[in-house]
Structure formats: structure tokens, C-alpha cells
Design a binder for this molecule. Sequence first.
Ligand SMILES: C[S@@+](CC[C@H](N)C(=O)[O-])C[C@H]1O[C@@H](n2cnc3c(N)ncnc32)[C@H](O)[C@@H]1O
Length: 343
Amino acid sequence: MTERNISKGEMADPGMALLRMASGAWVTQAIYVAAKLALPDHLKSCPASCDELARRVNADPQALYRLMRSLVALGILQEVGEDRFAVTPLGEALTSDAPHSVRPLVMMLGEENFRAWGALLHSVRTGEPAFNHIFGQGVYDYLAHHAEAATTFNRAMTSWTRQTSRAVVAAYDFSPFEVIVDVGGGRGTLLAAILGANPHLKGILFDRQHVIDEARAFFQTMGLARRCEFVSGDFFQSVPTGGDVYVLSQVIHNWDDERSKIILENCHRAMSENGVLMLLEMVVSGDKGTAFANLFDLNMMVMTGGRERTEGEFRALLDRSGFALKRIIPSGPLMSIVEAVRK
Ligand SMILES: C[S@@+](CC[C@H](N)C(=O)[O-])C[C@H]1O[C@@H](n2cnc3c(N)ncnc32)[C@H](O)[C@@H]1O
């Protein structure tokens, strides 16, 4: 793992320092329940007592008080008077309409993702995704049959990708292209941002049927539906032809190299000769990566059997799939555009 800085306090009491880390799952669930009950939403405009809040969110007042005391200790809520709770600036990021709201992501982390992480040991012993072990099927098949979980997942992806989209639009010149194909594009957050900023472009959004239905509705509300074609299918079989730029945002990290190669080869077959491939991914720096990148990599192992990759690993995978890595353009604090062309 990374050379994480060990503080003097941790050196003095390593057992306590480890216990704090090992009880991280408690923090995940405390924040998740706050998000699920929309506590920060309720407290945003007006502080409230615990009893008032318990009535509004249909919770047990004593139990809710104990949760809120922990949320105060974590800096998410604050007490602003005798039994009056308010949201802190940190907690505002958990409100639904905050500009960079992480509420959908926190909801995702507390539900199926949390249960899958509970079987990390299975993944480490077998190399298989813990998700499949717990839920009896792969995550994307599961989402196709569980509408509520799919909505939570698609909202989480929207919230994550919305922030990256701005950086991509600012960092990349789409003017040479005519048709952009977003493969595994989800609700189309990224594609909508690119079409919005490049009025000459047409888009093709490709994903599984249940996702495409949601995406179409989203594009209609954005006034972009007429510039976009919506295609459902399976990228392990084929992807739409006719694009000159193929974007795969956070798709390849879901799969091992063999599965990724199939998707990339299908893009290679579908794109025009001078076509460009853009992967939007976290590129792990150096050999070891940061703690966050390494834990994200474990998350992919647990959820889908995928992985986060270094520049060298992307180069090798692209090379085996008929592409040459051209350049890597950092786009936001965590993500990069990995640009490649046909060899
Ligand atoms: C991690 S999400 C990324 C979504 C979107 N590109 C973004 O960045 O927000 C992966 C996407 O791949 C889609 N996907 C998974 N398996 C697929 C398949 N076999 N064929 C087409 N799309 C698939 C999922 O439905 C999901 O929308």
C-alpha cells in the first residue's frame, strides 16, 4: 500500500490508530443512514430538535439522538443550542441539492456495495467478485432486475460523472469530430455535457436497455434528445458503428484484461479508420498508487472483478486490443482521459 504518513499520535498508540481504521465501517453506515433519512436536507434551512426530526423522518427519537451525536462528533451536524441540531458546511455536501452533492454516492456505498465488501475475504481467497458470491449474479445483471438499486446506482454515477464532465469538456477539443459514441454511457451525464458544449456534434448513447430508458428521459429534459440516438445492447457482442470518437467512461475498470479486450476490440471494429478512443479512468500513478486508488482498485475487485490500472497497464491492454496510447490528459482531481488511436 502507499507510504501513508503516520502521525505522532498514531505512533504513540498504534493499537488505537488501527482500531479507528478498522471501525471505518461504522462511519460508513452512520453517514449512509443520515443520507438515507435525508437528515441534512431536513436541517439545511432550519435547525430542529431531535424529537421534531424523529417525527419527520419516522425514527425512534432515542436511537436517532444517538446517531446524531455521532454525526456531531464526525463534524457532519452541529448542536446550535439546547437540543437544536443544524448541518455543518461538511454536512451540506450530503444535502440533495448541493452543487457537488455526494448523497447518491453515499447511498450507493451503504447498500449492496457495503454487503459485498463484507465478503472481501471471499474475493481475496478466490479472486472472484464478492458481489457475485453474495447476490448470486454479476452487478449489472442484478441492476437490470432491481429497479431501486439501479436508480441508486445511476444517480451515484451521475453525481460522480457530473464533476468529471466539466473537466473533460474544458480539457479536450471535440471540434474535429462529428459523431461521438458513448459506450456504457449510463444516463448520459458525460455525453450531455459534451453535446451541450459542442453544438456541432451528434451523439450515440449505448448501454443496457433499462439504463437507456432512463437516459432518454434525461436527454429530453436537457433539450438534447434530438441530437442523440439511443441504442441498447451488449458491448461484449458489438457497439454501434458510425462514430469518429468512442468514449468509455469508467467502463474498462469494471473488467479484467480479457473482458476489457473484447469491449475494446468491438470499438476498434466499429469506429472509422481515423477514429479516436477516449477512456475516462483513474490512472494509478507509479507502481504502488495512493491509498484511495488502491482501495478503489479493491472496490472493483469486490464489485465486478475489474481493476484500476497504471499508465503501463493501459498501454499494454490497448496495444493487445489494436490501439496505440497517444496521451493521458488529467481531467479533475482523480480522473484522466486516456486517448488512443487505431494502430
Ligand atoms: C460504472 S458505469 C459508468 C456509466 C457512465 N459511463 C459514467 O461514467 O457515468 C458502467 C456502465 O456500463 C454499463 N454496462 C455494463 N455492462 C454492459 C454491457 N454488457 N453492455 C453495455 N453496457 C453495459 C452499465 O449499465 C453502466 O451504465
